[in-house]
Design a protein around this ligand. Structure first.
Ligand code: PLP
Length: 438
C-alpha cells in the first residue's frame, strides 16, 4: 500500500501532466460559466456585445483578449483551437473553414509575391493543385522536392525560399516522410517547416517533437472523424525565431492594421498564430462555423480510441490484400515488408494510419469492377471517416489526367485507395473478398 499522505497525493495529482486521452476529452473546455453546460455550447452568433466604448476600443486595439465578431474568433471554435494545440504540443491554434483554408492562411502570413517555398512531391492531390495553380495568382512559387530524397530539398533552396511543406503520412497513404531529416534542412536554412499532420493526427505522430515549426490539419478527416464537417486547424509550434526576421513582415514588422503592433513582440511564442488570425483570417475570411467546430470537437473526444482501431483494422486489411491472388502490390507502411516500415516505426509507433493503396493485377477494368461490387465500403472521395471508404482514382479524381500524369501522381489505372474505418474488420475483409471475386 502506498504510504503517501493526503497532501502529497493532492500535490501529485495537481502536478500531473494530463495524458493524451484526457486532453482529447478536456483540453480547452470548461463548464459554461453562465449555464453550467458541460458539453461545449455552440455559440451560433455572428457578433458579441461590447461592455462599453473603452472595452470595444481595447479589443480592436489588441490590448484585451475577447470576442468581437465570429470571423476572427468564436468561443466554440476557441475550444477546438486550444484542444488541437494541446494535443500537438503547440503554443496556440487557429480553426478555419477547411484544410485548404489553413494552407492559404499559413502561406499568406509567410509569403510575399514573387517568393518561393519547397513542397514534398508526395502530397494530397488537392494540395498539389493548390500549390501549382491557385497559389500562382498570389505569385507564390512552389518548388517540388522528392519526399524520399532529403538532398532534393537542399537542392531546391534559393534566396527567395520562405518555407518547407511536407505531410507526415502522405495522402494517398502508405508513405511516411522523414520529418527530422527535412527539419534539419529547414533549420540550417533558417526556414519554418510546415507539416500537414492530417493522416497521422497527433495520436500517431507529433511533428513538433521532430523539428516542425507549424502544423496544419484538414480536420475534415480523422480529427472530426465522422465524415460530417469540413474544417481546418493551424497550430503554432512557438519555436521559430520570427522576432526581428524581416523576411516575415506579417509577424516581425510593425503592422499598419494595428497602429504598428509587431505580432512576434506583442504575442511572443504565439505571434505567428496571432498573425494568422488577426491579419490573414480577418482579411481573407475563411472562418469555421461554430456548429462544425462543435462536431469536430465531439469527434476529437474519441480520437485515441478511433485511431487505434483504424490502424489495427488497416493492418489486417493490408495483410489480407497482400495475400490475395488478384492483388499485385500493397502500399502500407505498417506491413513488415514495406519500404516505409522503418520510418513508420520511428514516427508513428502506434500504427501507420488508415489510408492505404493497392494495385490490381487486372488493371483499370478490375478497379472499376471492384468499386462497383463493394457493399460495405462507400465509394467516395473522402478519407478519415468511421465508415470504410474506397476510391479508384483513375476513374474518378484523376480521370482527366493522361496515363503518364496518372502514374506520376500515384493514380495509375490499377490503383485503388482505401480509408479503412472502425467497423468489424472481418466484415471489411469479407466485403473486399466477395467484390474481388465478383
Ligand atoms: N491535407 C490532406 C492531407 C488532405 O487529405 C486534404 C483533403 O483530402 C486536405 C489537406 C484538404 O483538406 P480540406 O478538404 O478540409 O480542405
Amino acid at each position: 500500500m502506498d504510504k503517501k499522505s493526503k497532501g502529497e497525493r493532492k500535490d501529485a495529482a495537481a502536478e500531473r501532466e494530463p495524458g493524451f486521452a484526457t486532453l482529447s476529452v478536456h483540453a480547452g473546455a470548461q463548464p459554461d460559466p453562465t449555464t453550467g453546460a458541460r458539453a461545449t455550447p455552440i455559440y451560433q452568433t455572428t457578433s458579441f456585445v461590447f461592455d462599453d466604448v473603452e472595452h470595444a476600443a481595447s479589443l480592436f486595439g489588441l490590448q484585451t483578449f475577447g470576442n468581437i465578431y465570429s470571423r476572427i474568433g468564436n468561443p466554440t471554435c476557441n475550444v477546438l483551437e486550444e484542444r488541437v494545440a494541446a494535443l500537438e504540443g503547440g503554443t496556440a491554434g487557429l480553426a478555419v473553414a477547411s484544410g485548404h483554408a489553413a494552407q492559404v492562411i499559413v502561406f499568406h502570413v509567410l509569403m510575399r509575391p514573387g517568393e518561393e517555398f519547397i513542397a514534398a512531391n508526395r502530397l494530397y492531390g488537392g494540395s498539389i493543385n493548390q500549390f501549382n495553380h491557385a497559389f500562382k495568382s498570389f505569385d507564390w512559387q512552389v518548388k517540388w522536392a522528392d519526399s524520399d530524397d532529403v538532398s532534393s530539398f537542399e537542392r531546391a533552396l534559393g534566396p527567395k525560399t520562405k518555407a518547407i511543406f511536407i505531410e507526415s503520412i502522405a495522402n494517398p497513404g502508405g508513405i511516411v516522410t522523414d520529418i527530422e531529416a527535412v527539419a534539419r534542412v529547414a533549420q540550417k536554412a533558417n526556414l519554418p517547416l510546415i507539416v500537414d499532420n492530417t493522416l497521422a493526427t497527433p495520436y500517431l505522430c507529433k511533428p513538433f517533437d521532430h523539428g516542425a515549426d507549424i502544423v496544419v490539419h484538414s480536420a475534415t478527416k480523422f480529427l472530426g472523424g465522422h465524415g460530417n464537417s469540413i474544417g481546418g486547424v493551424i497550430v503554432d509550434g512557438g519555436k521559430f525565431p520570427f522576432a526581428g526576421d524581416q523576411r516575415y513582415p506579417m509577424v516581425s514588422a510593425g503592422r499598419p492594421e494595428y497602429h504598428g503592433i509587431v505580432m512576434a513582440e506583442t504575442f511572443g511564442d504565439f505571434g505567428f498564430a496571432m498573425a494568422c488570425r488577426m491579419l490573414s483570417l480577418r482579411d481573407l475570411g475563411p472562418a469555421l462555423s461554430p456548429f462544425n467546430a462543435f462536431l469536430i470537437l465531439t469527434g476529437i473526444e474519441t480520437l485515441p480510441l478511433r485511431m487505434q482501431k483504424h490502424c489495427d483494422n488497416a493492418l489486417a486489411v493490408a495483410k489480407f490484400l497482400k495475400g490475395h491472388e488478384q492483388v499485385a502490390w500493397v502500399s502500407y507502411a505498417g506491413l513488415p515488408s514495406d519500404r516505409y516500415q522503418k520510418l513508420a516505426r520511428k514516427y508513428c509507433p502506434k500504427g501507420a494510419g488508415a489510408v492505404l493503396t493497392f494495385g490490381l493485377k487486372g488493371g483499370f477494368d478490375a478497379g472499376v469492377e471492384l468499386i462497383s461490387n463493394v457493399k460495405l465500403f462507400s465509394h467516395l472521395a473522402n478519407i478519415g471517416d468511421t465508415r470504410s471508404l474506397i476510391l479508384h482514382p483513375a476513374s474518378t479524381t484523376h480521370r482527366q489526367l493522361t496515363d503518364e500524369q496518372k502514374k506520376s501522381a500515384g493514380a495509375a489505372p490499377e490503383v485503388v485507395r482505401l480509408s479503412v474505418g472502425i467497423e468489424d474488420v472481418e466484415d471489411l475483409i469479407a466485403d473486399l473478398d466477395q467484390s474481388l471475386s465478383a
